[in-house]
Write a protein that binds this ligand. Sequence first.
Ligand code: ZN
Length: 240
Amino acid sequence: MPTDWTRALAVVAHPDDLEYGCAAAIADWTDGGRKVVYLLATRGEAGIDSIAPDECGPLREAEQRASAAVVGVSEVEFLDYHDGAIEYGLGLRRDIAAAIRRHRPELIVTLNHRDTWGGAQGGGYWNTPDHKAVGRAVLDAAGDAGNRWIFPELIEQGLQPWNGVRWVAVAGSSTPTHAADAGPGLERSVKSLLEHKAYIEVLTDQDPEEYVRTFLTGNAQQAAARFGGRPAVPFEVFPR
Ligand SMILES: [Zn+2]
């Protein structure tokens, strides 16, 4: 995984998207003095069947801020798209490009933009429309951010082009090319995911901590086979 960078922007659709794996890498990065900012397209207000969106949105926002703080991330922004109804398009690309220009990251992290989870040879679980729309828009916006003519309204808002994005790292890809060491941040990634209390409570009848630890440790161990036996967070890295 590239390490010669100082600022990263992690852009995903929902609260908890970064906590299902990435947070272990992020904890290690912020430990090393790097700055990571989170940008979420929604507040995840449609994520809990038993809690109506009006109540759920603020609750999940608070949980997301708490879970970011556990891994050293103090800036968490929300774009206010509707959970479950994000459409890929120019508006989404523009909003993400604007954030890239504001934060000027060298590394962008996002989540699987492809149709399925797993199943590089076919099969696997169907991905959600929100993840696909946001992931694709992030990969595109990394280029849009550097082009002064694509969204001229951003220049009028004082957002000058930023051509410094060197990599977009896609988590949850079935065809990873790189991996970050999950070891040093693994325990904090467990705590970070546990901050999504309301969400996890309805997700499992198991003890939350046991569920989260088993899940995250298992995933990191699974990736270890391709990372010299060390627990890893795999990414598909698109260089720019
Ligand atoms: Zn999600």
